[in-house]
Write a protein that binds this ligand. Structure first.
Ligand code: JHZ
Length: 393
């Protein structure tokens, strides 16, 4: 039933940054192929990696690293308080606490299997279960009361067994409770040729039409939806039990569904067109890098993202094309990007004296980065982005 439409080659684990002493070790690689399920419209990667290999005590990504994400979580927390006035919130994938830290400790519980991240919220006195979300854990957390809100951002797309997730959610959510999910939008990903949304951790990139089909099995339904700018364009879904008549279904749900169908997210041919665009994106990006090299310009990368791993390894971009990356995440500094083995250095404000062109690994934070680097831009510094098509800006 799942038909493959894209092959992004053999890829290392996207978040497995290499330390200097392991640089010569052979990296384990996995096929990165993407497929479309014609029955429920779900788009997924075809070879999955065990969750223990990806989400463990060494997980490098921290949501709080960016101002954009901190602001997005703060604004949402305010909205949730005003609209739902919840007394008991569970966050699945609480990371370093960027969302839960906006709530009173009495009202919120985090679930975070990556022990290094859970440690941060525990230290800040937030109840955190350092386990994978499942039915057993859901029952344990909601033994005395069910949740008013269950929130999960950029986590559901990382969990292979969706049945397990929604079974557990159904059990933990009160009858009048609301599940809020936030993940990159497939429509935006395809429209923007942002093929780097696909990597080992992103098992799914959801469309509303696929999510609707999955939720139906669990008697859950989307009653409201917001398009957000985070992570290159995401959807925030407000979901309730079908039996809960407290909320009417907002018109914008149908509107989004119509938009997706009009674009063709329910048709395999759309994904074949996407594949062609991805292939020409690779060609164009390589032309840009080769041209810069022929002019002897100094090129570095900005934001050693998980997404960059897909681009660098699919396009075959290595140290011969990009000198090094800069990143603010302490865990990544002085390590090397998986596969391409490009070094990651501690972020320092860009200076035209040291660098000519900067590849935006974190293109999803373009506005935040451009604001920060306005002097570099004013002095003639340039950036490369591959979204929505490779160009120098
Ligand atoms: P960012 C991760 O993906 C992994 P990545 C994960 N699988 C996922 O789904 C998303 O996050 C949510 C740095 N940076 O958010 C910080 C600067 O150095 O695009 C980060 O390393 N300076 C969980 O890795 C990276 O860029 C800056 O000014 O693709 C951004 O990573 C800013 C703004 C960021 O996610």
């Amino acid at each position: 039933m799942i038909k493959k439409f894209l092959d992004l080659g053999s890829q290392p684990l996207a978040n497995s940054y290499i330390s200097k002493k392991n640089l010569l070790h052979k990296e384990k690689k996995f096929k990165l192929e993407i497929g479309f399920n014609k029955k429920n419209y779900l788009v997924s990667i075809l070879t999955t990696v065990s969750k223990e290999k990806m989400f463990n005590k060494d997980y490098p990504y921290k949501s709080s690293e960016s101002f954009t994400m901190r602001k997005s979580f703060k604004d949402l927390a305010k909205k949730i308080k005003e609209r739902f006035n919840p007394k008991f919130i569970i966050e699945i994938g609480s990371n370093d606490g960027a969302f839960i830290s906006n709530f009173n400790r009495k009202h919120v519980v985090g679930v975070e299997p990556c022990k290094n991240l859970a440690q941060i919220t525990k230290k800040n006195k937030y109840v955190t279960h350092s386990e994978y979300w499942n039915l057993k854990l859901a029952k344990k957390i909601t033994k005395s009361k069910k949740a008013d809100i269950i929130y999960s951002a950029n986590t559901l797309s990382h969990i292979e067994n969706l049945d397990e997730i929604f079974n557990a959610v159904n059990n933990a959510l009160s009858e009048k409770g609301v599940l809020i999910l936030e993940d990159p939008s497939l429509l935006k990903c395809i429209q923007n040729v942002a093929y780097d949304q696909f990597y080992c951790e992103h098992i799914y990139v959801f469309s509303t039409i696929a999510l609707k089909n999955i939720l139906k099995k669990f008697n859950l339904e989307v009653f409201d939806l917001e398009n957000t700018k985070t992570h290159g364009g995401s959807n925030r879904y407000y979901i309730k039990k079908m039996s809960n008549k407290n909320y009417v279904i907002n018109k914008n749900v149908k509107k989004e569904i119509n938009k997706e169908i009009k674009f063709g997210l329910n048709k395999f041919s759309t994904y074949l067109k996407f594949k062609k665009k991805v292939m020409s994106s690779k060609k164009k990006l390589l032309e840009i890098f080769n041209d810069l090299k022929s002019k002897n310009l100094k090129v570095i990368g900005y934001g050693a993202t998980a997404k960059s791993c897909t681009v660098l390894n699919y396009c075959g971009i290595d140290r011969t094309k990009v000198d090094y990356f800069v990143d603010t995440t302490s865990y990544k500094i002085n390590k090397f990007l998986p596969g391409s083995k490009i070094e990651i250095k501690k972020y320092k404000r860009l200076n035209i004296k040291n660098v000519d062109v900067v590849y935006l690994g974190a293109w999803n934070f373009k506005d935040e980065i451009f604001k920060k680097e306005k002097t570099f831009i004013k002095n003639g510094g340039k950036f490369i982005t591959h979204v929505p098509y490779p160009k120098i800006i």
